[in-house]
Design a protein around this ligand. Sequence first.
Ligand code: PGA
Length: 248
Amino acid sequence: MTRRKLVAGNWKMNGDRAALAELDGIAAAAAAHPAIDVAIALPATLIAAGAERVPALAIGAQDVHAADKGAFTGCISANMAKEAGARFSIVGHSERRADQKESDVLVKAKAEALHRAGMQAIVCVGETLEQRDAGEAERVVTQQLEGSLPDGAAADWCAIAYEPVWAIGTGRTPTIEDVAAMHGAIRAKLRDLVGEGGDAIRLLYGGSVTAENAPALLHASDVDGALVGGASLTAAKFVPIVAAAAGN
Ligand code: PGA
């Protein structure tokens, strides 16, 4: 099974209109590597301007509400993000699971809201350092996957990002062997949960991905791409990761 690689950036709560100039170089790299997919999840306030600036690049959101509309002050629905120009959203990022106390059930509902809106979902899972040290990483991650995987998950609209919480923003990464082992476990669980279709669903690695470690991480077994935080904020740091995914 060959899966197109996907390199997705996540700007988190960073960036302003001036920073959108970085998208020019990222869009150029995406155009130069048509065999892979490139995407950037922007802060909600920048989605419309970003999508207008680089229409060929897949611009996304970092979160959406699980409901289609209603009395949810401060929230944004999938359709609102879509109208602004988002083609996808991240859901269940560990920062939201921790800071906003998002549960597996809620993450699943958010992914399903994206599907209803005709958008793509990147569903995040990952263990804490305490869980890894306790030998619980695989159990925790596969359990999160089971609870967070949207009904009808399929490769054309859903990808999974494995992001060990202790690797996010820390400069630490698991060994290539640990990444491959976890992605293998996630792949096996996907097969259990969705059958053969699970083989086509892309598994991204996230957590301190850089130009330096991307070539090894992106070509580890069952790694179909990367979710990149800090190194997605500038074209200078992100474009080499795109090139690494493309294999050159
Ligand atoms: P990082 O973030 O690349 O800055 O570690 C990754 C993420 O949280 O998606």
